[in-house]
Ligand binder design. Structure first.
Ligand code: GLC
Length: 490
């Protein structure tokens, strides 16, 4: 007999296509759909930032959820929760979007001002969001079996559920997924008072004498998880990643479930955002057409038999951008052209633009976020570079392989778990190029190896190995299903 479906509320600060700064948004879209496909009543909840259009996203009012008073410190702000959905051609999932003028609508960025780069009052914004999630459940009379929290932004939700609202949610189990152990939501200790939580629990929501949202999530959830096995090990071993917070993980199990990808949105056969669709049989001609459009878009002259390396990345230390900048001049000594799309650290933005200017004709940069261009980069590049210092899971390496684009990655976190180094003799089953040390020479050598393979018969083998790797959600969604059920049985 099939087991009874569960009710699940999936809470995330970013969900594609509403709002995205990184892979969390893609996972918060594709995982709930995969869980729905397993038969569960899963619903998603997120904040509605100022740049989310209500018309384009078909966001509607819900009568019962208007002007809900939400306390944040000394003030009370109204939350109005609206209804929308996320869907692929087969499956639809209910989405609740939290609106409030001061905290969200008036702000165009997700966490920081897009022009000045200055962070918003994120302690108050995500206190507000957490409390709104709870009020929404109370007003709907919906007490899900599972509340699945994601990212530091949802870290206080478990704390509210197990203190102020312990009675109401006594039968609800909480799963907290850590998508990035370096991103913790750290605020001055004085912000603790804004939470309205009882002062006895302050030790459980602070770390190093500061309010720490991630710590709160760890302290109050029934179970934790993270997004790749290698990252889980690194979180504990490499104390730098969590800035000492690994001590909070003692006495916790840490199941690791590797992310899958959305095979409707990221499949060259059906991708409407690229210049020409293709599949495993037509990848060579398909890639050629997309490469032409890509080079045009980036203002680069096509060069016969020169490979194009694509990069789509946040400009940050974690993503290995300083390493790339250090190695760029040497990489560009190879016969390659590089296209880069991304946003982030102001200093790195300046530096990468400077290097692009110096190597004009072979290196072109677009600063910002552009979903459509991201698809074209995956389709039109021959190689895709991810020199990450840390990578909890990473999705672009998987998208790359689906597009016949060979990933060049550093062996860390989810990159180590999804990309196997290709060597014609030692590992002919490899689906990418992998380097170990976080050193410029190793990165340059990896690119050199890729360039030497490019255009040979062996190159086709690597591409085909990538194309045939299974990155669907099916296995991972089942693991979440098992984790949810084990929580219910506990
Ligand atoms: C974060 C991590 C990334 C991961 C994503 C989804 O953005 O940096 O590695 O793929 O979350 O889990």
């Amino acid at each position: 007999m099939p087991s009874k479906p569960l009710s699940v509320l999936y809470v995330s600060s970013e969900v594609y296509p509403f709002a995205k700064t990184g892979g969390l948004a893609d996972v918060s879209f594709s995982l709930p759909i995969a869980i729905r496909d397993l038969g569960h009543d899963i619903r998603v909840m997120l904040p509605k930032y100022g740049n989310i259009s209500e018309r384009k996203n078909r966001i509607h009012e819900i009568n019962r959820l208007r002007d809900i008073p939400i306390p944040v410190g000394e003030i009370t702000e109204p939350a109005t929760v609206k209804s929308s959905s996320i869907n692929n051609p087969r499956t639809k999932v209910q989405a609740y979007v939290t609106t409030n003028f001061n905290f969200f609508d008036a702000k165009k960025g997700l966490y920081a001002d897009p022009v000045t780069g200055e962070a918003y009052n994120n302690d108050e914004r995500f206190i507000f969001f957490a409390r709104t999630v709870i009020q929404t459940c109370l007003l709907l009379g919906w007490f899900p079996d599972i509340i699945h929290c994601n990212g530091w932004q949802t870290g206080l939700l478990p704390a509210y559920l197990r203190t102020i609202y312990a009675k109401e949610f006594a039968n609800t189990k909480i799963l907290y997924t850590i998508h990035n152990f370096s991103d913790q939501g750290i605020f001055p200790a004085s912000s603790c008072d804004k939470t309205g939580l009882p002062t006895e629990v302050y030790p459980q929501i602070t770390h190093d004498k500061k309010l720490n949202f991630l710590k709160a999530g760890i302290s109050f959830s029934d179970a934790l998880s993270t997004v790749s096995p290698t990252y889980a090990k690194e979180m504990i071993k490499d104390k730098e990643i969590g800035g000492g917070l690994h001590t909070a993980l003692k006495n916790h199990e840490l199941p690791c479930i590797i992310n899958g990808i959305d095979l409707y949105g990221w499949m060259p056969k059906s991708d409407i955002m690229i210049a020409k669709q293709y599949d495993a049989n037509t990848w060579q001609s398909g890639k050629a057409a997309n490469k032409e459009k890509l080079l045009q878009t980036f203002d680069l002259q096509p060069k016969e038999s020169t490979p194009v390396i694509g990069m789509i990345s946040r400009l940050s230390e974690a993503k290995g951008i300083p390493l790339f900048l250090e190695a760029a001049a040497d990489i560009l000594k190879e016969d390659v052209q590089i296209v880069f799309l991304g946003d982030g650290d102001t200093k790195m933005k300046k530096e990468i633009s400077k290097i692009a200017a110096k190597f004009k004709g072979n290196f072109s940069v677009k600063l910002g976020f552009d979903d459509e261009l991201a698809h074209l980069i995956e389709a039109g590049s021959d190689m895709f570079l991810m020199p990450s210092h840390h990578e909890p899971c990473g999705l672009n390496q998987m998208y790359s392989m689906m597009y016949g684009t060979v990933p060049i990655v550093r062996s860390t976190g989810g990159l180590a778990d999804t990309v196997n180094d290709y060597d014609p003799k030692k590992s002919p089953e490899g689906n990418g190029i992998v380097f170990k040390k976080y050193e410029a020479a190793d990165l340059v050598h990896a690119v050199h190896r890729a360039v030497k393979l490019y255009g040979t018969e062996n190159w086709e083998t690597v591409v085909r190995n990538g194309l045939s790797t299974d990155f669907s959600w099916s296995a991972s969604a089942k693991k979440y299903d098992e984790l949810y059920r084990s929580l219910m049985d506990a």
